[in-house]
Design a binder for this molecule. Structure first.
Ligand SMILES: [Mg+2]
Length: 252
């Protein structure tokens, strides 16, 4: 029988966008555990933020943090696509007017991160522990040029709350690295997410679910040929809806 690996975004997907609650997803997580299907978190969050949650939910798959820039395996191996110091250094090479429009986590106090994310100070401290990517707010005109720092090897993607300056490895590429490490030829990938930064991994998966998020207009970005499952419910309820749909498909 084909092995399945589930890769999921957190905020707005497995976790409620506002409250970070996940209760509505628990029955689906239990069903996956019973089917012996491992779940990997793929998030813009840091490893420090994801680890307690993964332990709490007993998720056994490798952790993909910071939008793919960091992969953490169960044996303690860390596969990092870049280093935060290089990214912050690259930011400072931008023309003054552009640099002034960018406010990265490195430019903020923990209190500011806390206010912007709605996380308490303890959680915000973990969120600020960046290893290989920098979330930022943009106060310039329109949207920032995604290739602003391409010559330095970094590019910009849009997440749910922030833009992210990341090394050249996105969520989809990180998943492919995990699959390659897995040494199993016949693995089916299910991926779930709600943001523009999830689209590449959803389209690369064998079965992808776009979790409904009224704050984001992601469906407009999808190619007309996509076969993603679009959930009716938002957040963890939509997550459970997609997982139960995929589990039912697998049985037939
Ligand atoms: Mg999200």
């Amino acid at each position: 029988m084909t092995d399945v690996m589930v890769f999921t975004d957190l905020d707005g997907s497995l976790l409620d966008h506002e409250t970070y609650a996940f209760d509505a997803a628990l029955p689906a997580l239990e069903a996956l555990a019973q089917a012996g299907i491992r779940v990997s978190v793929v998030s813009s969050k840091t490893r420090a933020e994801i680890m307690p949650l993964v332990a709490q939910l007993k998720l056994e798959g490798p952790i993909i943090a910071e939008n793919g820039a960091i992969i953490a395996y169960a044996d303690g191996t860390i596969d990092s696509a870049g280093h935060i110091d290089d990214i912050r250094e690259a930011l400072n090479t931008l023309p003054e007017a552009v640099r002034a429009a960018i406010k990265g986590f490195g430019d903020m106090s923990v209190t500011e991160v806390s206010e912007l994310t709605g996380l308490d100070e303890t959680a915000a401290t973990l969120a600020a522990k960046r290893e290989a990517s920098e979330p930022f707010l943009w106060s310039g005109e329109g949207v920032p040029d995604t290739d602003l720092l391409a010559d330095k090897g970094f590019y910009i993607i849009r997440g749910g709350r922030f833009y992210h300056l990341i090394p050249r490895r996105d969520k989809a590429e990180a998943i492919m690295r995990v699959i390659a490490q897995n040494n199993k030829s016949d693995v089916q990938i299910w991926a779930l997410g709600d943001g523009p930064n999830d689209v590449s991994m959803l389209l690369a998966a064998d079965r992808g679910a776009l979790i409904c998020n009224p704050h984001l207009q992601v469906t407009a970005q999808l190619p007309s040929t996509h076969t993603l499952y679009l959930t009716k419910q938002v957040g963890p309820s939509g997550w459970a809806e997609a997982i139960f749909t995929f589990l039912a498909e697998k049985k037939t």
